[in-house]
Ligand binder design. Structure first.
Ligand code: PLP
Length: 238
């Protein structure tokens, strides 16, 4: 049996799909501090303690998360680019993807640059640049899947060369554009990732092989980024 604990900013489709395949879904408020007993961090931890014979996945601090990407996603990208990759760009939430893939790629070729996509309202970029965990940076934001108000153990800041922050509006608009202009029906963090690549373009030369990883499928966002009424209400489109 699975119990999934989510914040209420996550799309309704994510909850519906989980419930459709038999999972229990517990929805928690987004706009509370991480150590508030109502936060999804606290509730998941509590449920794991209260549920007999349960296993707490703890995707933020469980090193198996980054290890899975070190053993699978990293080698896949290395092989599929014939070792020609020069830059890896990816959204950062738990940090599992960037840390696992980044470690593997840098072991093959230390010159490969690894860039993280962050959101406004998240602590990652400033922490990476200054070592300061600035609580003043934290506010609830719309973008799903990336950015954090905590420092997960799965983020290995040492293998990350830099972060760029993408706005909620740009992430949403570029999610639509990927579908309409490129025929790629992908998630919200994919829109942020491709906008991040464009923001970083002065770091790339014509012969570079830049890999951007898209985490999610568009079907989970038909009530949001793929719904023009929602987009207008947010002020993202005219
Ligand atoms: C939609 C989406 N994008 C991006 C991410 C970020 O990936 P990671 O947690 O490996 O940093 C997640 C993560 O959990 C996600 O659900």
């Amino acid at each position: 049996k699975c119990i999934f604990v989510l914040a209420d900013k996550q799309s309704k489709e994510k909850c519906d799909i989980l419930r459709a395949v038999g999972a229990e879904v517990v929805v928690c408020p987004t706009a509370v501090e991480p150590d508030d007993p109502r936060s999804y961090y606290s509730v998941s931890k509590r449920l794991a303690k209260e549920t007999p014979n349960s296993w707490y996945v703890n995707q933020y601090d469980n090193p198996s998360n980054a290890k899975a990407h070190y053993e699978s996603t990293g080698p896949e990208i290395w092989k599929q680019t014939d070792g020609k990759i020069t830059h890896f760009v990816v959204g950062v939430g738990t940090g599992g993807t960037i840390s696992g893939v980044g470690k593997y790629l840098k072991e093959q070729n230390p010159n490969i640059k690894v860039w993280g996509i962050d959101t406004y309202g998240s602590v990652f970029k400033k922490y990476h640049e200054t070592g300061i965990f600035d609580e003043k940076e934290i506010y609830p934001y719309v973008t799903e899947g990336i950015g954090e108000d905590i420092l997960p153990k799965n983020v290995n800041f040492d293998i990350i060369d830099g972060f760029t922050k993408v706005t909620d509006k740009d992430g949403a608009v570029y999610t639509q554009r990927l579908a309409k202009e490129e025929g790629m029906f992908l998630g919200n963090s994919a829109g942020s990732a491709i906008k991040g690549v464009l923001q970083l373009k002065e770091h790339f030369t014509k012969d570079d092989v830049v890999v951007v990883l898209f985490h999610d499928h568009g079907s989970r966002y038909v009530g949001k980024m793929f719904n023009d009424d929602w987009m207008r209400k947010q002020g993202y489109i005219e």
